[in-house]
Design a protein around this ligand. Structure first.
Ligand code: RIB
Ligand code: CA
Length: 317
C-alpha cells in the first residue's frame, strides 16, 4: 500500500469570510491535503457563531467527512475583541447558508489537537492558523510535549512594512491574543508567518471576483457573496482596486509554496504596552542579532494565487 504522501493539516479558524475561502480551498484539494479537522476559535465573532459558520462551510463544500470542533471562547488573558464591523453580525454575512445538518464534535478543540498530535508518528501534522492563536497556545501550555510533534505552524497574522489593521501597530489575529502569539513564537516549533505585508498584495479585484462568480457552482456564488460583503470595509479604508484576501494565503502556501517569497528572521510580539499591543516586531534586516524563529513571508505572485484559488473552487459543488 503506497504511503499517503498528502500533507496532514488541522485548520484553526475564526470564520470570517476569508477563513471560509481558505477552508474551501483546502477542502477542494484532497489530493494534496489530508484535512484532519477544523477547530473554531473566538475571534472575528464569538466562538459559538464561528463554530456554526465552520459547520456551514463544511456543508457548502460537500466534505461532511471533515470533523469540526469548538476550541477556546476567549483569549488567554485579554477581553475578547471581535470584528463584526468587517465580517457582519454573523461573521459570515453575505450568502444565506442553510442551518447545518452536521454537528460539532463533543471533545474540546484543544484536547482534540493534543490527542491527535500525541498519537501521530514523528512530525507529520501542520497547524494552519487563520485566527487568534489561543487554541494552539493553550494546547502547547497544556501539553508542552506536542511542540516536538508539530511539523510546522503556518499562520496568517502580524505585519511589519504594512503597519497594523486593527490598530496602527497590530494586525487583528495577533492583537486579539498577543500572549498566545508570544507563546507560539517562542515555542521552538517551525513557523511560517503570512503577514499583512503579503496579504495586502492579494487584492480581490473586480475581475478576480468576477472569475469566481462565473464558476457556475454554488461555491463560486457563495464566495462572491461573502467577499462582496466583507470587501466594503477595506475598500472604503484603503481605496484600493480590491480588498486584501488574507487567510487563503495560508492554504495556498501549502499547495504552491513558490507563489510566495520570504526569509528566516526573528519576530517577537509586544504584550506589555497598550499603545503597541500585538505589534509583531519583525527583524527583517537582522539588526538585533536575535535568533531567527519565523519564516516571514513578504511577497506573493497575486495572479498565480488567484488562478490557483479559482481553479480549485471550481472543483467544489
Ligand atoms: O487581519 C486579518 C485576519 O483577521 C484574518 O484572519 C481575518 O479573518 C481576521 O481574522
Ligand atoms: Ca481569520
Amino acid at each position: 500500500m503506497k504511503d499517503d504522501q498528502r500533507q496532514k493539516i488541522i485548520i484553526d479558524t475564526d470564520p470570517g469570510q476569508d477563513d471560509a475561502v481558505a477552508i474551501l480551498l483546502a477542502l477542494a484539494s484532497p489530493k494534496e491535503l489530508d484535512v484532519l479537522a477544523i477547530v473554531a476559535v473566538a475571534g472575528n465573532v464569538g466562538l459559538k457563531q464561528n463554530a456554526l459558520n465552520a459547520l456551514k462551510i463544511v456543508e457548502l463544500s460537500g466534505r461532511t467527512d471533515i470533523p469540526v470542533y469548538a476550541g477556546c471562547d476567549r483569549p488567554i488573558r485579554r477581553r475578547l475583541v471581535t470584528a463584526e464591523h468587517v465580517h457582519g453580525k454573523t461573521g459570515l454575512d453575505g450568502p444565506s447558508l442553510p442551518e447545518p445538518r452536521i454537528g460539532l464534535q463533543p471533545v474540546h478543540g484543544v484536547d482534540f489537537m493534543i490527542e491527535t498530535l500525541l498519537a501521530s508518528q514523528g512530525k507529520q501534522i501542520t497547524l494552519c492558523a487563520l485566527g487568534p492563536l489561543t487554541n494552539i497556545a493553550m494546547a502547547l501550555a497544556k501539553a508542552p510535549q506536542i511542540a516536538g510533534r508539530i511539523k510546522r505552524i503556518v499562520l496568517m497574522g502580524g505585519a511589519s512594512f504594512e503597519g497594523g489593521n486593527i490598530t496602527p501597530a497590530a494586525e487583528f489575529n495577533i492583537y486579539v491574543d498577543p500572549e498566545a502569539a508570544d507563546m507560539v513564537l517562542s515555542s521552538g516549533v517551525p513557523i511560517t508567518m503570512i503577514p499583512l505585508d503579503v496579504t495586502h498584495q492579494a487584492l480581490a479585484t473586480k475581475p478576480r471576483l468576477g472569475a469566481i462568480g462565473q464558476l457556475g457552482n454554488r461555491t463560486g456564488s457563495a464566495v462572491l457573496e461573502m467577499l462582496t460583503f466583507s470587501e466594503r470595509f477595506d475598500l472604503e479604508k484603503y481605496q484600493w482596486d480590491g480588498a486584501p484576501l488574507h487567510d487563503p494565503c495560508v492554504i495556498a502556501r501549502l499547495l504552491e509554496p513558490d507563489i510566495f517569497e520570504g526569509r528566516l528572521i526573528n519576530v517577537r510580539v509586544e504584550v506589555a504596552s497598550e499603545l503597541t499591543r500585538g505589534m509583531t516586531v519583525a527583524d527583517y534586516w537582522a539588526v538585533t542579532g536575535r535568533k531567527p524563529n519565523v519564516e516571514y513571508l513578504r511577497h506573493l505572485d497575486a495572479d498565480r494565487f488567484f488562478s490557483l484559488l479559482t481553479e480549485r473552487l471550481a472543483r467544489l459543488p
